[in-house]
Design a protein around this ligand. Structure first.
Ligand code: ZN
Length: 265
């Protein structure tokens, strides 16, 4: 299969892949996967992402702290740093010098889970400033926090992707005008997907990115199962159908977008 899939947001360091990580990753190029950015969610997973990127030439890493890590019992943010994210960001900082660390993230805001508001706002703003300081793109998680997320994106104007986009088609317009890329998961293939499809139709083609957020968000016909980057073909087929284009053309375009966004030649 022609290698046209670029998974812009994956978590292969997740424990969900402990049984078969190596076998699965070895199989992906034959399934059409040309590139993957593996996102960190705390210091440990960021370091593990770098280790994966060192092992596979087509895997790249992002390093950062996810807002949920502030309250997750088994995150290094909690276990090793006792919630002191300033100290953890300082420990992550050297990773941004690594040639295969292409972005800051995954970071952002989450009002779905009871993450303390002030702490996550301060952490997110610090990570935006880190991205600007290193001239790196930013991978943004926005769950039920559109207003505050958008306010910070407007204030600092980082080069960013809103991953697993859950906002409106209306907001897509100014976001892309400001240079924000929009990422879509397998959710667009779900039967009840309305809002994500409206958004996917509204994004200017050059700002469209595809992702798995694996192990989550598997597209139909794999909904509810563990996802992997090869399944992006189903996500791409749905969006291509929606936009009245060939799947291969969409994959080619989103591959170019991903390389441009992450500065991968
Ligand atoms: Zn994620």
């Amino acid at each position: 299969m022609k290698r046209l899939i670029f998974d812009t947001h994956a978590h292969y360091t997740s424990g969900a892949f402990n049984q078969n990580r190596e076998m699965l990753l070895d199989s992906l190029p034959a399934d059409g996967v040309a590139g993957v950015v593996n996102c960190g969610t705390d210091l440990v997973s960021s370091m593990e992402s770098v280790a994966l990127a060192e092992k596979y030439d087509w895997i790249y890493a992002a390093a950062g702290i996810h807002p949920e890590s502030l309250i997750e019992e088994d995150s290094s943010t909690t276990m090793r740093f006792g919630g002191d994210w300033v100290a953890e960001m300082a420990a992550i900082e050297p990773l941004y010098q690594h040639p295969k660390v292409m972005a800051v993230g995954e970071c952002g805001l989450d009002h779905h889970w009871p993450v303390p508001r002030d702490a996550q706002l301060q952490l997110f703003e610090a990570e935006i400033c880190t991205a600007l300081a290193h001239d790196l793109p930013l991978i943004v998680h926005d769950r039920e926090a559109h207003a505050e997320t958008y306010a910070l994106l407007k204030k600092h104007k980082p080069k960013a992707v809103l991953h697993a986009y859950s906002g409106s088609a209306e907001d897509v317009k100014w976001l892309c005008k400001q240079g924000v890329y929009i990422g879509f998961t397998g959710v667009v293939t779900f039967k009840n997907a309305v809002k994500p499809l409206e958004a996917a139709a509204a994004v200017p083609l050059e700002y469209l990115l595809l992702e798995t957020d694996c192990p989550y968000m598997a597209p139909e016909p794999y909904r509810g199962k563990k996802s992997n980057s090869g399944m992006i073909q189903y996500t791409a087929a749905r969006i291509a159908e929606l936009r009245g284009m060939e799947t291969e053309t969409l994959l080619q375009q989103t591959l170019e977008n991903a390389r441009r966004f992450y500065n991968i030649n």
